[in-house]
Design a protein around this ligand. Structure first.
Ligand code: ZN
Length: 356
């Protein structure tokens, strides 16, 4: 069936990772956009006070007119409001400048309004900064929806280096998740006949392997380490663009992370919860889960419920509901999900909850 269907690949036109990018943003936008001249920047109050002035200056020097919108919350309503603002003000390009929230709002607003989209992450916390998928509140379920791939990704390593270390390490956890997500995808292909892309799989897996071999530099937060981490996040985001779904980057470990958000709120960062989920799902997949656990520990990421700031019970509860969050996304957790007993055994066995 899928051999005859059309597969569309949506990937960025240009990606720049390096130093002094902020000052040169206008130059890069000019390379990608020939006719468009009006920019709306979506950003949070903190990024606004630290970097907006410099960004505006760079864009204005390159001949763009610039306005901004403050990212209030990562909801569909706010994204639609940003889209309307872009339409009313005549902006042709929407720039998401900041963490996941600003970027997801800009991404979705750009799709809604048919405008250009530029992603300018200020932190290396997850691969949504480069993927065509937006994760916003207000849909029925906590999942990402297809928005659009950035035309341009601009990453200033100096800005990312000044972001809180914990947030950047979360990106490492998000990438480690690819060890299990690609296994879940292959399983769904074998058991459910789902489309499976070997190339997207290799690319996603490479990003996890790459950061694993550079874990020391990444843990130290050196410029070199951050650059490796950022490039791996880009490559994982592009893998989703090539796959046409979040499949290569999001499997059972992500279902667990989403479930934990439902059960325990936003206490752990996304990538932290994904990391712990990966330990447990790697165990189920028969992968080297102890190695994954050690790797996470070495960069200072949580490996237990306590370190995540949640209770043992919340981890068990999240494991039992994880499979039902997205029933169409088949994973190692099966269709009905884990029983309480199975969930508890899994979490104990992998040391995520205290051994009784
Ligand atoms: Zn993720």
């Amino acid at each position: 069936m899928e051999e005859r269907s059309i597969h569309v690949i949506d990937i960025p036109k240009k990606i720049a990772v390096g130093y002094g990018i902020l000052r040169r943003a206008g130059e890069f936008l000019k390379m990608v956009y020939q006719r468009e001249r009006s920019v709306l920047v979506v950003l949070g109050p903190n990024v606004y006070s630290r970097y907006y002035h410099a960004l505006r200056e760079s864009l204005e020097n390159a001949g763009f007119t610039v306005s901004y919108a403050i990212a209030e919350d990562a909801s569909v309503d706010t994204a639609v409001r940003v889209a309307n603002e872009a339409k009313e003000s005549g902006a042709e390009i929407i720039v998401g400048f900041g963490g996941g929230k600003s970027i997801d709002l800009a991404k979705y607003a750009a799709k809604e309004s048919g405008k250009g989209f530029v992603s300018m992450p200020t932190v290396a916390s997850h691969d949504g900064i480069t993927s065509p998928f937006a994760s916003l509140k207000g849909f029925e379920k906590p999942m990402s929806v297809k928005a659009k791939s950035p035309d341009l990704i601009l990453i200033d390593v100096d800005i990312v280096a000044s972001a809180p270390h914990r947030y950047n390490m979360a990106g490492f956890g998000d990438l480690i998740g690819k060890f299990t997500s690609v296994r879940d995808w292959r399983l769904a292909h074998k058991l459910k006949g789902e489309y499976y892309g070997g190339y997207a799989t290799s690319l996603a897996l490479m990003s996890a392997r790459h950061v694993s071999s550079y874990y020391k530099e990444i843990a130290l937060g050196t410029r070199e380490g951050l650059r490796v981490l950022l490039e791996a996040l880009v490559s994982s985001g592009v893998a989703m663009g090539i796959a046409g779904s979040t499949r290569p980057a999001s499997g059972s470990e992500h279902l667990f992370a989403h479930a934990l958000t439902i059960v325990a709120g936003n206490k752990p960062l996304h990538g932290e919860a994904v990391g712990v989920g990966t330990i447990m799902m790697a165990y189920l997949h028969g992968l080297a889960w102890r190695k994954i656990r050690k790797l996470l520990k070495r960069v200072g990421l949580p490996v237990t419920a306590r370190e995540l700031g949640v209770t043992d019970d919340e981890v068990v509860e999240a494991l039992t509901i994880a499979a039902r969050i997205r029933p169409e996304r088949y994973t190692i957790l099966g269709e009905k999900g884990l029983t309480r007993e199975a969930a508890e055994r899994l979490a104990r066995k992998t040391g995520v909850i205290e051994r009784a």
